[in-house]
Structures are given as C-alpha cells and as structure tokens.
Write a protein that binds this ligand. Structure first.
Ligand SMILES: [Zn+2]
Length: 124
C-alpha cells in the first residue's frame, strides 16, 4: 500500500509504502524529517513529530544523510549548534550558512535537497 503524504517541513509530498495508522512515525524521504501521522482518512496527514529540538534536528540530518548515502564532515557539530541556535532565535532550523531565514533554507535547504552535495561534494 502506498500513501502520498505532504511534508510540512520541506513542503513537498512523498510516497510512503506500507500501512499507517494514527500516531505512527513516518520519515519524509525528501528531507528526512520525522512526522507523526495525525489522520488517515480520506488521506494520510502528518505533522512534525513533537520532539525536543536538538533530537528533532539531529534525527533529521541523520535520516537525510542515510537516505542520500552522504557522510558528515568535521563541521557537523558546528552546523548542528548553528541550527539549534537559529531555531531558538528564529523559530525554525534555518541553515546557519545562509543569511535568509526563509522556508527554502530550512535544513536540509532546497539546494541540498536538489542534489547540491552530489554536484559540489558538500553543502554550502
Ligand atoms: Zn520533508
């Protein structure tokens, strides 16, 4: 069974295989966000899982790296700290390497989701 689920983090829909029920956790295949299923009829709806912020962003970047088969460089902890700080200051995990706190820059940012790492060997 396949469900099309909209991800409120990266604002695209992804296909989830397998049965889902309310309260299940699903991982967005586009950004790695952990989402909690809030409804299944007439369609599957999921929202950001209620996680402690540091766990939320760590899980997300780990999931994303695993989905894309990426490895972290030595800046990982610095970037995680920057993301936590941006979330505290601006209310979401905007990329600490980018100036604009806009939806496209929520980690993993749009360029990264659009394969910037594959093209350049690293994100910004
Ligand atoms: Zn997503």
């Amino acid at each position: 069974m396949r469900h099309k689920i909209y991800c409120p983090v990266c604002q695209v829909s992804f296909l989830h295989r397998g049965a889902v029920k309310r309260g299940d956790t699903v991982i967005c295949t586009a950004c790695g966000a952990e989402l909690e299923v809030t409804a299944t009829e007439p369609e599957v709806v999921a929202g950001r899982a209620a996680l402690e912020p540091e766990k939320e962003i760590r899980d997300r970047v780990e999931n994303f790296a695993r989905l894309r088969d990426y490895t972290f460089n030595e800046d990982k902890e610095l970037v995680i700290e920057g993301l936590i700080s941006k979330n505290e200051l601006y209310g979401d995990f905007y990329c600490p390497c980018r100036f604009d706190n806009i939806p496209e820059n929520v980690c993993p940012c749009l360029d990264t989701r659009m394969n910037e790492v594959k093209k350049q060997g690293h994100c910004l």
